[in-house]
Design a binder for this molecule. Structure first.
Ligand code: SF4
Length: 306
């Protein structure tokens, strides 16, 4: 089935002419929304692992993590090159000298041709962005900012610790340095309606953000969201409802935006709800089917601002 949106594989093939795969790296960093700088509680859906693999804490260096993961991925997906994806916690939350060491180590691994650095928009100061831009002269470098929603009330409700204006500013400063930006968005946040979620899509479309990752809000063990869920104050989306929202969202984005993800990847041992969050393939198939039934595609409801 042909995809009705511009996905990451398509983009990589356009850039390099062959398959490139992202390999997750855990650099053992923390987050200002956890270490007490902003708060100790974190975002309401995040637990102490901060979506980390804990690989560094288990004694695996950045090089070892990449060397270990690239072999099976190369075999399975026939990928020839790799992007080192710094995913856990906030991957610019360290002195520039430390970051330089981490990024250098990742880029010294054979066949690694770039970096994708996940961070918070309030942790992307100019020195960090200058550092990333210096790598971008020789490598493909993406900045991934967690936005989650373009509604300040929602960001407050989920204890993000930054507002929407902070994202806009961080995006602008990355753009000034020629760095492409991917925005992370969560669908199904507490108190958000379909119209709030589509407002986030229109906000990102107006900014012409380079990439978007869509995630389902699922409930993870030992989080404030788990408490809300158990008290009956938060309900998860149904699988079809989520797939429909994904299609709605993508229809509002410009055709050139790279859709880097259409769902999340919970750890089975940590997941409380919904169960279907583990059925990634089914969710993916739902999304393709809905696009087909609607005879719709990315950009169908997008119109550039006058
Ligand atoms: S910014 Fe990321 S790591 Fe920090 S608390 Fe929120 S979800 Fe967790």
């Amino acid at each position: 089935m042909t995809k009705r949106y511009r996905d990451l594989n398509t983009y990589f093939r356009e850039q390099f002419g062959h398959r490139v795969h992202k390999l997750t790296v855990d650099a053992g960093m923390t987050c200002p929304n956890r270490d007490g700088t902003l708060s100790t509680k974190g975002c309401i859906y995040c637990n102490n692992q901060g979506s980390g693999t804990g690989a560094l804490a288990r004694g695996l260096s950045i090089r070892e993590q990449l060397e270990q993961s690239k072999v099976p991925v190369a075999r399975r997906f026939k990928a020839r090159n790799f992007m080192a994806y710094f995913q856990s916690y906030t991957n610019t939350y360290a002195p520039v000298e430390t970051l330089t060491r981490y990024y250098d180590e990742a880029l010294s691994v054979e066949d690694v041709i770039g970096l994708a650095v996940g961070t918070r928009p309030d942790c992307a100061n100019n020195a960090v962005l200058d550092l990333l831009a210096s790598y971008a002269r020789r490598y493909l470098v993406w900045v991934e900012y967690g936005l989650q929603s373009a509604c300040d009330q929602t960001l407050h409700r989920i204890n993000r610790g930054h507002d929407v204006a902070c994202f806009t500013d961080a995006l602008k400063r990355a753009r000034q340095r020629g760095l492409p930006v991917c925005a992370h968005v969560i669908l199904g946040l507490p108190g958000e309606t379909r119209s709030d979620m589509l407002a986030t899509a229109r906000f990102l479309a107006d900014l012409d953000v380079d990439g978007v990752k869509l995630h389902l809000l699922y409930v993870i063990r030992d989080t404030p969201l788990e408490t809300l869920y158990r008290q009956g104050r938060f309900q998860c989306l149904e699988q079809q409802q989520y797939a429909e929202l994904v299609c709605d969202f993508i229809e509002h984005l410009p055709p050139q935006t790279i859709i880097q993800r259409v769902t999340g990847d919970p750890h089975p041992k940590e997941l409380i709800a919904p169960d279907w969050a583990l059925q990634k393939r089914d969710t993916f198939d739902w999304i393709q089917r809905i696009f087909q039934e609607r005879d719709s595609r990315q950009g169908l409801h997008y119109s550039p601002s006058p």
